[in-house]
Design a protein. Structure first.
Length: 546
């Protein structure tokens, strides 16, 4: 029972405590944005805005801040503000967000894919940047080259820096992260790239959205860079449908219909030259398009949803970066540490680690500490392997035609393509190489006869790691999500190179649902950059940018 509980915790906990030096200037939380935030119940039942952004998450917040410099912006967020969940604001409390019983109001909404793999969605202003592990790393070059977007790389650089100057900090390595870094280099994951936000093959230390006091500074604080008098953020607002109008030339989005926490229905409309922009994530954005009648004809018709615009690709090409890991029981207390170091191979595998101490009270757990007494601080070192750009894809489909609060069915089809299972095997063999390093020797136990070895909580790597079949079985049986799922509204299939929904006017999707691969090691940096980048692009299109 104790082992099962620990494994459950590990399957959800991201990354606890971190220490950082300033990239941005360390400071207390900046809640100025709260001047623009209110419950949807206080918003008029019908009103007009220049821009309506559905989803106040990792991309939606910087997008809203940028557009508010010149235009009125309404952000509709289904979750509440971070002040309603104090635990999200510190590194120490971050793991608890993913362990709470889901009562419909928690900042992390649990769901299980049809593959049987547990997962979560952000349900809070600031999105998953408020519940993740804080690791901040820019996209890899392949993401730009294969995204279908004609990037202005100068503007990309400026957009990244706009984010980084506000909420990104430089990590001071914990002792365990230093050990892990040395193990990566010893195992040949080189070169040593030191500290960098760039995606580089080798071993590197990256940035964090936690400051040196362990305070989280997520995407929500980017709202402070906007013009708050032009910005209205309605929380606990569930958008049910996009309103469309059509004329002889083209279908156009004209607004949205949403409900508040008291069940009242609201209509928000856009002014001339305005837009509706979906930033509801890889689950929410394709779900809302389908609920609004944009998607595959057969699927919509089966749910008696009138087809507004046929597009067979909405909800398709859903993918998730598979995560596999081992948990090493430490013979001594480890300092809690978040992911601060990553090892990146030329095959796009990446390895990260974190450490955690569980203060549990059970007698002689697992026979590892024969002289132990309760209570016990039980320390674990977890080494994680993942790869980006899986070829295995799945789909998202509605289960109900009427209620946006009913989560859709999602299938990712992990390892359905042979190339993906081969990449997992290759990546886990690199983890096996780490276990052979002198740097990790100190994590071994010594028995009464002097023999040394690792003690694992949960599955360990097969003894014969050269056996493909055993390694493939390990990969399939231990696969979990790294919470980096994407797709459903891909560029070139659902949206064009400017993120406009094909076949429509005044409607865009700006979030991770447009990605055919998760960028770099972690997507949050790229999503924040894109929110800023597209906001500036829209302003430039209207010739008002300075």
């Amino acid at each position: 029972m104790a082992a099962a509980l620990l494994l459950f915790l590990l399957s959800y906990i991201l990354h606890p405590q971190t220490q950082v030096l300033a990239l941005a200037t360390s400071s207390d939380h900046d809640f100025r944005y709260m001047k623009s935030v209110g419950n949807a119940t206080a918003v008029p039942l019908e009103d007009e805005y220049d821009y309506i952004i559905v989803g106040g998450g990792t991309a939606g917040c910087p997008l809203a801040a940028t557009l508010s410099r010149k235009y009125s912006v309404l952000v509709l967020e289904r979750g509440s503000a971070p002040v309603s969940y104090p635990q999200v604001l510190t590194a120490k409390g971050s793991g608890a967000n993913l362990l709470q019983e889901d009562d419909g109001k928690t900042p992390a909404q649990r769901f299980v894919s049809e593959d049987g793999v547990p997962n979560v969605r952000g349900r809070i202003l600031g999105g998953t940047s408020m519940i993740n592990g804080g690791f901040f790393s820019r996209a890899n070059n392949q993401f730009y080259n294969e995204s279908g977007i004609d990037w202005d790389m100068g503007a990309v650089e400026k957009a990244y820096k706009w984010v980084e100057d506000i909420i990104v900090f430089r990590s001071n390595l914990s002792s365990f992260q230093s050990i892990f870094r040395e193990a990566l280099l010893e195992a040949g994951v080189g070169p040593d790239n030191g500290f960098t936000l760039q995606h580089l093959v080798g071993t590197k230390i990256s940035g964090s959205t936690y400051d040196d006091q362990g305070r989280r500074h997520g995407a929500v604080e980017l709202l402070n860079k906007g013009v708050l008098k032009n910005l209205r953020v309605a929380v606990e607002a569930y958008v049910e449908k996009i309103i469309f109008s059509s004329n002889a030339s083209r279908l156009s989005a004209t607004g949205v219909i949403y409900t508040d926490s008291k069940g009242k229905t609201h209509r928000a409309l856009i002014r001339d030259k305005g837009e509706v922009i979906l930033s509801a994530g890889a689950i929410g954005s394709p779900q809302l398009l389908l609920l609004s009648g944009v998607g595959p004809v057969n699927h919509l018709s089966s749910l008696h949803i009138p087809v507004v615009h046929s597009n067979p690709d909405v909800g398709n090409f859903m993918a998730d970066n598979p995560r596999n890991m081992i948990n090493i029981v430490s013979p001594f207390a480890l300092d809690p540490s978040s992911v601060q170091v990553v090892g990146i191979t030329s095959d796009f595998n990446s390895m990260e680690a974190f450490s955690y101490t569980f203060p549990f009270s059970f007698p002689q757990p697992f026979g590892l500490f024969p002289n132990s007494t309760s209570p016990l601080e039980f320390s674990l070192a977890t080494i994680v392997e993942k790869f980006s750009g899986p070829q295995s894809t799945g789909s998202l489909r509605l289960l109900s035609s009427a209620d946006v609060k009913v989560s859709p069915a999602v299938r990712f089809n992990y390892f359905s393509e042979t190339v993906d299972i081969a990449r997992c095997v290759k990546g886990m063999r690199r983890v096996g190489d780490l276990l052979k390093t002198e740097s990790l020797e100190q994590l071994k136990f010594r028995d009464l006869e002097g023999a040394e070895g690792f003690k694992f909580l949960g599955p360990s790597l097969p003894k014969n790691q050269s056996d493909d079949a055993s390694m493939e079985t390990f990969c399939r049986s231990t696969v979990r999500s790294f919470w980096h799922y994407h797709g459903g509204c891909l560029v070139g299939k659902v949206v064009d190179g400017d993120y406009r929904v094909k076949g429509t006017n005044s409607l865009r999707v700006v979030d991770v649902s447009t990605f055919d691969a998760s960028p770099g090691t972690n997507p949050q940096a790229t999503l924040m950059m894109i929110g800023r980048y597209i906001g500036l692009k829209i302003l430039k299109e209207r010739r008002v940018v300075k």
